[in-house]
Design a protein. Structure first.
Length: 266
């Protein structure tokens, strides 16, 4: 299996659930003072195979997880954990087994498990955010228009709905001021005209401001021509990552337009 790019191929609900369960079981193993080796070995094997399956055998998380076992951490402090030849595990100031009297060897199972859990948590997906959390950043109107479709994995429809919402709001505000019904690219060119814009997207008294306004005019016009219209009239498909990019653009344009409304009162 090739290494996974989580942006292009997010974890499925089943994978997230499995990884979270592994993390929780690892934490449960740490609760008693001594981590039983047989329980740890079973957890380690299951978690290791899961990580290889989900992220790829040569992924960094698999390497780090495996390295935690290969590089044995040292125990510090007078009270250490030991295991004796008879399989007893114990914590003591001295390495003599209280059960059979035999001398034990240092047992770093607990430290290894702690290190492996740290590897899991460091990846940032162990307690993953809801895959729809990015909608919380969006303008409320963009969120309302596109989120239900996105939830149902109708990604192209979600994008189309977002840009239709932009068109609708620009059209309605434009009509209030100009008493004209325009749509699509013609609407955007007129509403954000270089020379006499109805809505000012920047300070037109400076060259830099005029350049910013012109740039956004092209973004508004281009979004109608290249995104809203094709997705509104053709049966196009988008994957999740592509839809996210388009929705972030829609959010930017909507916020920029609403900002301009404050500068262009009727």
């Amino acid at each position: 299996m090739e290494n996974r790019d989580l942006w292009l191929a997010p974890l499925t609900p089943q994978e997230r659930s499995g990884l979270k369960e592994a993390w929780e079981k690892g934490e449960q193993l740490l609760k008693p003072p001594i981590v039983l080796k047989q329980h740890y070995k079973a957890w380690n094997q299951r978690t290791f195979e899961m990580l290889k399956s989900v992220f790829g055998e040569t992924s960094s998380i698999v390497k780090d997880f495996e390295e935690a076992v290969q590089v044995i951490p040292k125990q510090h402090g007078p009270n250490k954990f030991y295991s004796c030849p008879n399989g007893h595990q114990f914590g003591s100031l001295v390495p003599i087994c209280p059960h059979c009297g035999k001398r034990g060897r240092e047992d770093s199972t607990r430290l290894i498990l702690m290190k492996q859990i740290q590897v899991l948590c460091a990846e940032g997906w162990m307690l993953p955010a809801d895959p729809l959390d990015f909608f919380d950043e969006f303008d409320p109107d963009i969120r309302q228009a596109s989120l239900p479709r996105f939830k149902d994995e109708h990604y192209a429809d979600a994008v189309s709905a977002a840009f239709k919402e932009i068109e609708t709001q620009v059209k309605n505000e434009f009509k209030k001021r100009e008493n004209q019904d325009l749509y699509g690219t013609a609407l955007m060119r007129k509403a954000f005209s270089e020379k006499s814009p109805v809505f000012k997207l920047a300070d037109l008294n400076t060259e830099n401001g005029r350049n910013i306004h012109k740039g956004f005019m092209f973004l508004f016009t281009g979004s109608m021509m290249g995104i809203r219209n094709p997705h509104g009239h053709e049966n196009l498909t988008l994957d999740l990552a592509e839809a996210k990019h388009f929705l972030y653009l829609a959010d930017l344009l909507m916020k920029k337009f609403k900002e301009a409304l404050g500068k262009s009162s009727p």
